[in-house]
Design a binder for this molecule. Structure first.
Ligand SMILES: [Cu+2]
Length: 281
């Protein structure tokens, strides 16, 4: 047979093989190609796999994808409903942290997603555990394991007492990759209702004054204060970053009566608000 006949036949053969193997692999679809595994939480029946883009938990906002593997069949569960409870054990007490509900990832079969905001960490990453409760076909399961949470280099979350004697927590959600531009700034605001409950605080206001302490504490034009967005339960405004480097985002938190609960204006004598977040890029 001439070469020009052999090549098309080979091609058809290869194509056919790859097609049929695709059909066979329906049950082991991989929906985590772009994610890194943080950790597995295992009980007798299932392995709960936790993923994000970095492969580790750090203080601040953590977007998390979750998959549940049936240990008996190695298949991923597509119809679970899940909830979770992060807990930090401290020397004299324990507390939780702000967290979202867990929802099925849009357009995915085996992935669920949500976020946790760790507000503190021990230097060696110890202290935190994560309990995941889930229901499959009406049967309840649970898995509980220690997790490692490392300290972020910059202050991307802050916990503080307001003038109303309420403890609040503010965390940076966006930008995850700041640019020289008007960045969308998205912050989460939560109230420490109890040690274990951190509901979203609605309809407050957060003012924004970004500064570069290393360069005469200069600011930038076209920033806007943050207002509450009911659709995603976060606070949104414009953050203008005019150059790369270290920025302090000076903030003030105002309640619905426009009373300042925390933070001060930046002046010559007072170069930094007591309420602030940091970033460097
Ligand atoms: Cu703690």
């Amino acid at each position: 047979m001439k070469l020009k006949y052999i090549i098309p036949i080979l091609f058809i053969a290869l194509f056919t093989v790859s097609c049929s193997s695709d059909d066979d692999s329906d049950t082991i679809i991989n929906e985590v190609e772009n994610l890194k595994k943080i950790q597995e939480l295992t009980n007798a029946t299932h392995t709960v796999e936790l993923f994000n883009t970095s492969g580790k938990f750090e203080t601040g906002y953590n977007a998390i994808s979750i998959r549940i593997k049936d240990n008996g069949t190695n298949n991923y569960v597509e119809n679970a409903s899940l909830s979770w409870m992060p807990v930090m054990q401290m020397p004299t007490m324990k507390h939780s942290s702000p967290k979202s509900d867990i929802l099925k990832s849009l357009g995915k079969k085996t992935l669920y997603e949500g976020f946790i905001i760790y507000q503190m960490a021990n230097l060696d990453g110890s202290g935190w555990s994560l309990k995941v409760d889930y229901t499959i076909d009406g049967i309840n399961y649970s898995v509980d394991s220690d997790i490692i949470v490392m300290q972020s280099e910059y202050q991307n979350v802050t916990s503080f007492m307001g003038a109303d004697d309420t403890r609040y927590l503010i965390a940076m959600i966006e930008p995850q990759t700041p640019k020289i531009a008007i960045n969308k700034l998205k912050l989460g605001l939560f109230k420490m209702e109890t040690m274990m409950s951190f509901p979203v605080v609605e309809d407050y206001k957060i003012t924004l004054d970004p500064r570069m302490p290393g360069m005469g504490n200069h600011s930038s034009p076209n920033n806007t204060d943050l207002t509450y967005n009911l659709a995603n339960k976060m606070y949104e405004g414009n953050l203008s970053l005019t150059m790369t480097g270290y920025w302090v985002l000076n903030l003030k938190l105002l309640n619905t009566l426009d009373e300042v609960l925390k933070g001060e204006n930046v002046t010559e004598e007072h170069p930094k608000s007591s309420l602030y977040l940091e970033l460097e890029f």
